[in-house]
Design a protein around this ligand. Structure first.
Ligand SMILES: Nc1ncnc2c1ncn2[C@@H]1O[C@H](COP(=O)(O)OP(=O)(O)OP(=O)(O)O)[C@@H](O)[C@H]1O
Length: 460
């Protein structure tokens, strides 16, 4: 039960905002488990009601998944108000600057008891993040193919494997999927997932306690190191130095390293050149924001794993309106499910509109074709009027194509409508621009980055 509760808390921490997690989940206590019945206690009536209405079904789904059986989860008031199980056995998971959960349990070589703890817990691999639960589309098919290849031949095919992409696009999911597969294939392998911020903290602890020998020994003797969000190493020279030694040792021993970052190696600020060149020495693959069909597939799959069937209409409606990343989609789905449960109403487009009122109005307010034209013109230092002018010099034509591409990606407008807003151009001109920029984006990390910056600016 303790293991379950740790896994469940870690998963919820990934899914919720840090505020939600510490307000609602952290105070819960797993009381007992017997004959398929799990009792979870909340410290007061208010929290109990809230947890019952908002999180009961998710916790139940995770319990059923964990025990691979139907589990009845009862939520009760905790008369003793004792400390959570997770808190008693391990420090609370840390949260990084992005609000993303750091590894399941905070650790350092000083407090690691590797020989005695179960393999999975040492590795910090989340069992739910597998290839099976990872939806594939154009945006991530290359990354997934590389991940599978590396999972099948760790240390042999691409080393290091470097994934980059914007927030919430599945980088963490993918590296856990590799870890899960390798762990299943080679149960004895010493695998470790770590968020870069935790690694920095471990370096600081080793420094304070003069424990670098243990630190080195631990990291240099792994069979596979999965390190997430390495951009956090930027400007931290001691961490970079330690990581450099670990990197060299592992690669020389043909041990697999997998790295994620929010941008491609050369763009990471404050990173030592020798590390940058090493990051790029294996395979570097981008994960792009999901396209519409993939967003729909993700929504349908996530709803299904929560035991809910979404109609295609509803899934398309949500996917059309929320375009930035998968984490946002998951958040929206949770809101919809909670809203429909709370009101006891079936999930229809009207319910979705009500449940996502705030989210949708922000999206609608922020992104218009005019807004895109202005942002792109400012970015490339040209006049907004050039967006609709007939002039065609390259320094204008290219930003115009980019603006058309973004208009197609980020608004609901059709190709003819976009053409109209760009000075009455034909829809085939818009189509050509959209295809051209999409191709360039797939080929060139620089173009991808430029577009990513513009998208982030537009989304505020
Ligand atoms: N292709 C996918 N199929 C299913 N779920 C996905 C997919 N991509 C992302 N997710 C889910 O979306 C959420 C966010 O993904 P993840 O944490 O892997 O993003 P990330 O790229 O590591 O983001 P960050 O840069 O913030 O660390 C997770 O719950 C993950 O399981």
């Amino acid at each position: 039960m303790e293991n379950f509760w740790q896994t469940c808390s870690a998963q919820l921490e990934l899914e919720l905002t840090p505020q939600q997690f510490s307000a609602w989940i952290k105070p819960l206590v797993a009381l007992d488990y017997e004959d398929g019945k799990l009792r979870i206690a909340a410290p007061n009536r208010f929290k109990l009601d809230m947890v019952k209405s908002q999180f009961a079904s998710r916790i139940t789904a995770l319990a059923c998944q964990y025990w691979e059986a139907p589990i009845e989860v009862q939520f009760v008031l905790d008369p003793k108000n004792k400390k959570p199980v997770g808190a008693a056995s391990a420090p609370a998971p840390a949260v990084n600057g992005n609000g993303m959960a750091a590894p399941m349990i905070s650790s350092s070589p000083d407090n690691m008891n590797i020989a005695n703890s179960p393999k999975r817990e040492q590795s910090r691999i989340n069992p739910d993040l597998t290839f099976d639960s990872f939806v594939t589309g154009k945006a991530n098919q290359l990354a997934r193919a590389a991940a599978i290849q590396v999972a099948n031949n760790p240390g042999v095919s691409y080393n290091p494997l470097f994934f980059y992409g914007g927030v919430g696009l599945g980088k963490t999911h993918l590296i856990h999927a590799i870890g899960n597969q390798v762990m299943a294939d080679q149960p004895g392998a010493r695998i470790r997932y770590i968020h870069a911020e935790q690694y920095v903290r471990d370096v600081v602890t080793a420094y304070q306690r003069k424990g670098f020998d243990d630190f080195k020994h631990y990291y240099h003797s792994l069979d596979m190191l999965l390190i997430d969000d390495i951009q956090f190493f930027g400007g931290k020279s001691r961490t970079q130095e330690e990581f450099f030694y670990a990197f060299e040792a592992l690669i020389a021993a043909k041990k697999q390293i997998i790295i994620t970052s929010d941008t491609y190696p050369k763009e990471i600020t404050g990173m030592d050149d020798r590390l940058i060149s090493r990051f790029d020495s294996g395979l570097t693959v981008a994960i792009e924001p999901p396209e519409l069909e993939m967003r729909v597939a993700i929504l349908l799959k996530k709803a299904q794993s929560d035991g809910v069937t979404l109609s295609d209409d509803v899934a398309f409606f949500v996917a059309k309106h929320l375009r930035s990343n998968v984490r946002e989609l998951e958040g929206a789905l949770r809101k919809i499910l909670a809203y429909s449960r709370f009101h006891g109403r079936e999930i229809t487009i009207d319910i979705v509109k009500e449940a996502l009122k705030d989210l949708l109005s922000v999206q609608n307010r922020q992104i218009s074709v005019e807004n895109i034209q202005k942002t792109v013109a400012d970015f490339f230092n040209i006049k907004v009027a050039d967006m609709y002018s007939k002039r065609r010099p390259a320094n204008i034509a290219r930003p115009r194509q980019i603006a058309m591409y973004l208009a197609k990606e980020l608004t609901q407008k059709s190709l003819p409508e976009i053409g109209e807003l760009f000075g009455g151009r034909d829809h085939t001109t818009v189509l050509h621009a959209v295809r051209k920029i999409a191709q360039d984006r797939a080929k060139s990390p620089e173009v991808n980055h430029e577009l990513h910056v513009l998208e982030q600016t537009l989304k505020g």
